[in-house]
Design a protein around this ligand. Structure first.
Ligand SMILES: CC(=O)N[C@H](C=O)[C@@H](O)[C@H](O)[C@H](O)COP(=O)(O)O
Length: 230
């Protein structure tokens, strides 16, 4: 099977459709309709969480997906597709890309990322692997391990990067990532306006993922409420 994901998304927007169990839109059906709306608008791929959501979105849209599986474990802060079990489950859906945390933090059960990558290459040789990184060190680790795609997903979401925003100082961090990476970079995380999404592409990102600003109405409504009530 030829995996055309990178060609399909080049220079394009990917919409992330995710709602965790504590969120108001938590439902595979609703996520599939979010994905339908994204497709109608022109999104060429969808990023989505959990096997059931991935399957519902594949059935609804027939678009390629970046799949992940968020799971919390007691012995690790890593939650995006943290172990081989989740990696295998996501890849088994036929997701074109499997995304996982690459933040240098200890994984559940002491699993090693290098072992996970090796195992994935053996079991799913056509599946692309996306590294959800937070720092330039993480970008180097992802490249050393042979990840196919570098994502900025976790920048601003780890103890090292808490409070940071990809758009700070005209995307200074993203520019560093682009200089460092020798493979496709997908900008992701807090890209919350069309202008910022466009800027990511103009700076040289392979693609850009936007989630909450499109598919999380609680987040969107809160911004409006806060502005009006200020
Ligand atoms: C940090 C983390 O867990 N990020 C998750 C990764 O899949 C999602 O919750 C985000 O919505 C996604 O990365 C898109 O980002 P934004 O919603 O900011 O456009």
């Amino acid at each position: 099977m030829k995996n055309n994901f990178l060609e399909t998304v080049k220079g394009k927007l990917v919409v992330s459709c995710q709602a965790l169990s504590a969120e108001p839109l938590h439902s595979s059906f609703i996520m599939s309709r979010m994905a339908r709306a994204a497709k109608q608008a022109g999104s060429v791929a969808i990023r989505c969480n959990s096997v059931v959501d991935i399957q519902a979105i594949q059935d609804e849209t027939n678009l390629p997906v970046i799949g992940l599986n968020k799971v919390d474990y007691d012995d690790s802060p890593v939650y995006i597709t943290p172990t081989m079990k989740e990696m295998r489950a996501v890849a088994s859906t036929g997701a074109e890309v499997v995304a996982c945390d690459v933040t240098g933090q200890k994984r559940p059960h002491g699993e090693k990322l290098a072992d996970i990558v090796n195992q994935m290459r053996q079991e799913f040789p056509d599946t692309l692997l996306m590294a959800d990184t937070a720092t330039l060190d993480n970008v180097h680790e992802a490249m050393d391990l042979g990840f196919d795609i570098i994502g900025t997903t976790m920048h601003g979401y780890t103890s090292d990067t808490d409070g940071m925003n990809i758009a700070d100082d005209d995307f200074r961090y993203l520019k560093e990532v682009l200089k460092t990476a020798d493979r496709p970079v997908i900008a992701e995380g807090k890209v919350d306006t069309p202008e910022k999404a466009r800027r990511c592409i103009d700076l040289g990102c392979h693609a850009v993922v936007v989630g909450g600003a499109i598919t999380r109405p609680l987040e969107i409504a809160t911004k409006f409420i806060n502005a009006v009530n200020a």
